[in-house]
Design a protein around this ligand. Structure first.
Ligand code: PRT
Ligand code: ZN
Length: 283
């Protein structure tokens, strides 16, 4: 049995549970519970505050966990990271009041900066030879300049609207973050094997989320050109159509290259293009 710690309620909770479900792991979830056990995989889920997750995993109270890299690195536990998960993307940024002149990070010398991430901020400033007074506060960092507590702030930014509505301007990106899977560094052989099974499923889900299955019809003389444009897992599957001189091509394309590829294969003579989502992808 492997123990996974995830955030009880917050920005990471829903996507963490969704990932586990997409891995085909079923469990009875209840927002009131502190833990639950899967009905079809040797996994127990603990629901905790995100800040407590790195510590619990480091101590072995939980075997694995899902947490933001910002919290993990701030707590000095980056070595526990196993896999980036691609959700809860955000950045830790420095921001100053809109009207204040700012040319470089050197302008922060001797200034007061409010943050909930003193270690990440200190490392960033030190690397650039900036000496500032860091005020550690646990919440509502964005109001610190307006109440006279600080000249600047260093806080998590996602859309940027919190900064704007508080009259602040983002000036430096200190750290880029996303959700990561972390693991205790001395798991038993049995637990390590369960983790590997889980990682195998996570990889299949991650690959599928970026890939699209593409089907199209093409005149036989265009097959070579179109095949060269379709990356696929290997080469595309080619099936003859009932209509003489035409074939159907099947392949997989990456979401990022998708629009560019579609345009090129249309120009090369492809017709009846169908693009469908892939649920799982094992290569
Ligand atoms: O109760 P618990 O301690 O478990 O949760 P929490 O309140 O400490 O954390 P939570 O749920 O707010 O965030 C969990 C994790 O989500 C963070 O550690 C980040 O890794 C990630 N994340 C992603 C974010 C954001 N986006 C985010 N936008 N964490 C916080 N914010 C906040 C930010 O602090 C600021 O107040 O949202 C505001 C900025 O958002 P924008 O969109 O206006 O820029
Ligand atoms: Zn927290």
């Amino acid at each position: 049995m492997l123990r996974l710690a995830i955030q009880k309620s917050g920005r990471l909770s829903e996507d963490s549970l969704e990932l586990i479900r997409e891995c085909g792991i079923s469990f009875i979830s209840s927002s009131l519970k502190l833990k639950t056990e899967s009905t079809n995989f040797p996994l127990e889920i603990l629901f905790l505050r995100d800040d407590d997750i790195p510590g619990y995993v480091a101590d072995g109270v939980a075997d694995i966990g899902i947490v933001g890299e910002n919290v993990l690195v701030e707590e000095g536990k980056a070595h526990l990271a196993v896999e980036k998960l691609g959700f809860s993307k955000c950045r830790l940024s420095l921001a100053v009041p809109k009207g204040v002149e700012y040319t470089s990070v050197q302008d922060l010398n001797g200034k007061n900066i409010a943050t909930s991430y003193p270690n990440l901020l200190q490392a960033y400033l030190q690397e650039r030879g900036v000496e500032a007074q860091i005020h550690t506060i646990s919440g509502s960092v964005e109001i610190a300049p307006s109440i006279g507590l600080a000249d600047a702030i260093c806080d998590i930014v996602s859309s940027g609207s919190t900064l704007i509505s508080n009259g602040l301007r983002e000036v430096e990106r200190v750290f880029k973050s996303e959700a990561v899977l972390i693991a205790h560094d001395r798991l038993s052989t049995e637990k390590q094997q369960i983790l590997e099974k889980l990682l195998f499923r996570i990889h299949a889900v991650q690959r599928a989320s970026k890939a699209k299955y593409i089907l199209l019809n093409a005149p036989n003389e265009s097959i070579a050109t179109i095949s060269a444009l379709l990356p696929g897992t290997k080469s595309p599957s080619i099936l003859p159509l009932a209509e003489e001189g035409w074939s159907s091509l099947h392949s997989v394309v990456n979401e990022d290259d998708f629009w560019e590829i579609i345009e090129k294969i249309k120009d090369a003579g492809a017709q009846g293009i169908l693009v469908v989502p892939i649920e799982k992808m094992i290569i």
